[in-house]
Ligand binder design. Sequence first.
Ligand SMILES: [Ca+2]
Ligand SMILES: [Ca+2]
Ligand SMILES: [Ca+2]
Length: 488
Amino acid sequence: MRLRRTTALVASVAAAAGAGGIITTLSSGSSHREAPLTALDPTGDDTDVYAFKAADAPNALTIVANWIPFEDPAGGPNFYRFDDRASYYLNVDNTGDGRYDVRYRFKFHTKTRDKNSFLYALPGVSSILDPKLNVVQTYDVTRETYRDGRQVGEKVVAHNLPTAPDNVGPKTFPDYAAVAAQADRTIRGGGRVFAGQVDDPFFVDLGSTFDAIDLRKGTGAQGGGRDDLAGYNVHSIVLQVPEKQVTRDGRQVAGAKAGNAVVGVWSSTERPRVQVSSPVAEEARAARHVHRGSRAAQDSDVQVSRLGNPLVNEVVIPLGKKDFFNATQPSDDLKHFGKYVLSPQLAKVINALFPGLNVPENNRTDIVQALLTGIPGLTQIAPKAPPTDTLKINLGVAPNPAPNRFGVLAGDMAGFPNGRRLTDDVTDIELRVIGGFLKGNKLPLGDGVDQNDLPFRSAFPYVALPHSGFDGAQKRIEPEHAPTPAQP
Ligand SMILES: [Ca+2]
Ligand SMILES: [Ca+2]
Ligand SMILES: [Ca+2]
C-alpha cells in the first residue's frame, strides 16, 4: 500500500509534465489552492515549507513556511495579512511516528489605528513602529512540547512582535527593506523569527503543465519555461532555532550519523470549530488525533490545512479527500489514504506520453524512501519509521556553500529531499525521481524553470523582499500618447 501511494505521488508529479488533465490541482503550484476548501480559504492555505541549515547559522534549524497564495502586490486597499482567527503552526516530529513533538504556534492580532482613513499607511513610513502605518499586525509565538502524543510543556517565547507590512509602494515606503528588516526578531530560548509579506520563493511553469504537458522546450531540461508565480507575494513565517530545541534528546547534533540527527517538519493551520464549514469540521472531528493538546482553547480548534513535502496533497490525494487530508495528521497517512492511492498507472501514463523513457512502473521502494520513510543513513528519523508526509532533514549534514538545485540527485546531500532549500528545484527533482533516477533510469525531465524570479538573500530571513504594489509586473501598460483634451 505504501509503495503504491508514494509511487502515485511522484508519478503524479511527472504527470504534471505529461498528463495535465489528471492532476488539475497542481495548477496552483506546490501547495497553492490544492484542496477545494483551502482554495476558498487563502489565509489558511499553506503553500510551501522549507527546512534547511543556513550557512550563517550552521547549528540551527531554519524553517520557512508560507501562506496565502497568489498575492497580487497591488491588492489594496485591504492588503493581505494573516488571519487573526486562525492558529498557524510549525511542527516537528523527532521520533519518526508522524506525531509532533515540538510545535510553534503563531497567533496574530491586527489593529487599525485610523478607521476613518482608506489608506493602509500614510506616505513616508520610515520604521516598523511608525504611526503612519495604519494597519498593524503583531503576533505571539508559543512553543509546545509533547511526549508520545501528550502535551508536556508550553511556553510563550515571543510576545507582541511586529510583522513586516505589505509592500504597498515607494511613496508609502521610501525604504521598504529598512522597515521590513525591523521585523527580524529574537525569541526566548535562542533563535530568530520573522513574519510578514515576501516574494513567493516557489518557481514553476504552470501554464505548460496544464496545457496537457505542453513543455515549451524538449523534456524541460533546457530552460524556456515560464515562472507563473513570478511577481506574486505570499505571507511567510521564518523561524530559526538552535538544534537542541527540536532534537529528540534536547541536544545539539554531533554528526550526520547521530541518533538525534533527523527531524520531520511540516506546517499546519487550525481554526475555531464554529468557523469551519461543516463538511470539513465533521471530517476533522473524525480524524482528530489523540495527541492533540489538552487545553480547552485548543480543543475548540480544528486543523484545516497541512503541508510537508511539496506536491503531496496536490497530486496524491484524490479530489474528494483533499480536505480530509488537510484535517488529519502525518501519523495517519497510511491508514487514511492508502486505499485512495493511485496505482503506478501514472508512471504508465508517462511512458505512454514519452515513449522510450522506460519509467519503472512497479516496486518503487526508491520513492517511498526518498519522501515518506526517509533514506537510511540520511533522512530516516528512526529505524522502521512508518511512511509519513513530513519534510525530513538531517541536521548533522553541514550546509553546502555552493548548492546544486538538484540536491541529493546531484550528490549535494544538503538539499532536497534532505530538507528543502529555497533554491532546490523540487519540480525537476520529483520529475526525475519518478522517472527512475534512483533506480538508474536517469532522464533529463523538468519544467524549464530553474530558479526564482528574484535572488534569495544570504542572511535571515533569506526569502526575497516582496514585490511592491506600485511596481507589480503582471499588468498591461498603456502606451504613452499625447495628452487627451479635457473634453475628448
Ligand atoms: Ca513524534
Ligand atoms: Ca518568486
Ligand atoms: Ca524546475
